[in-house]
Design a protein around this ligand. Structure first.
Ligand SMILES: CCCCCCCCCCCCC/C=C/C(=O)SCCNC(=O)CCNC(=O)[C@H](O)C(C)(C)COP(=O)(O)OP(=O)(O)OC[C@H]1O[C@@H](n2cnc3c(N)ncnc32)[C@H](O)[C@@H]1OP(=O)(O)O
Length: 242
């Protein structure tokens, strides 16, 4: 029996071939990307455990892992691109908020303000991110390879229930701890008068960022709860255009 494709015109066949090639290239790239990211976050986990076992303190841990953390968290910007070009079925906005807030935490808060790098809250969010990302990227990898162990799927769609709030607590406490240093130093701020005639106060900007967690975090959390119902309980979810 002839298949639909065999019945199609030459243009239809060419379009189908192009789609298949794009699909193969995209899958190969995503598999490479997810393996690299799983490895990166595993390296980070091992470095943290080794540091703590050797030194017996969390002090200095951030400085020890900062370079690896900055590299792999910044690399995650590609995920926004994956959504934008349509090779993963995820909202650009949801992914954008998630990735940008992490990059902001790493570069513009923790990396920029040395005095807060030994805060327990920094260790809290870094540990939570690490556990989450090892699970998430190994989930995507095994899923793409069609060999997904159930416990990884279970962990991906259950751990966030606790990890997400813990990560947010770590992030908010870290921003809060940075406020006195930012106020005192006036960093990243622009005072009037200046040649641009613009004023910007990083201290108040950080307060606005903290407040923006109130409307934004529930959206990310409920998005994940919907994904959980869809993947673990097979519910059909009709998402609004995000
Ligand atoms: C200027 C500064 C602004 C700052 C603003 C501040 C406001 C910030 C407010 C909120 C802050 C949040 C801070 C975050 C903290 C933490 O992360 S704490 C640690 C706990 N975190 C988590 O548990 C993270 C949970 N979130 C996520 O997993 C993602 O970020 C997500 C974008 C929300 C995930 O959503 P989504 O991708 O839609 O879900 P999935 O089920 O995983 O995937 C959907 C489909 O897409 C496929 N896919 C996605 N990515 C990939 C990939 N890399 N490779 C292959 N496939 C991928 C996936 O397989 C799914 O496919 P289908 O099954 O076919 O649908």
């Amino acid at each position: 029996m002839a298949s639909g494709e065999e019945d199609g015109t030459v243009e239809e066949k060419e379009t189908n071939n192009k789609k298949r090639t794009k699909g193969t290239i995209a899958t190969a790239w995503l598999t490479f990307y997810n393996i690299a990211m799983t490895a990166g976050w595993l390296v980070l986990a091992v470095a943290m455990v080794r540091y703590y076992l050797q030194k017996g303190t969390h002090k200095g841990l951030y400085r020890n892992i900062a370079r690896t953390l900055k590299f792999f968290q910044t690399f995650a910007l590609l995920e926004v691109g994956h959504c934008a070009i349509g090779i993963v079925r995820t909202s650009v906005i949801v992914t954008g908020v998630q990735v940008c807030s992490r990059i902001f935490m790493v570069w513009f808060v923790t990396n920029s303000i040395r005095q807060i790098q030994n805060e327990e809250s920094v260790i809290l969010f870094v540990v939570v991110w690490t556990i989450t990302e090892i699970t998430r990227y190994s989930f995507y990898t095994f899923n793409l390879l069609n060999h997904l162990p159930y416990f990884i799927k279970w962990a991906r769609y259950n751990m966030f229930i606790v990890m997400y709030p813990l990560g947010v607590i770590g992030e908010l406490l870290t921003i809060h701890a940075s406020l006195p240093y930012v106020r005192r130093s006036g960093m990243y701020s622009l005072r009037l008068p200046n040649k641009y005639n613009v004023s910007f106060d990083y201290y108040y900007f950080l307060i606005i960022v903290m407040l923006s967690y109130i409307p934004l975090f529930p959206q990310l959390y409920f998005h994940m709860l919907r994904q959980r119902r869809r993947v673990l309980h097979g519910e059909i979810i009709v998402e609004k255009d995000e």
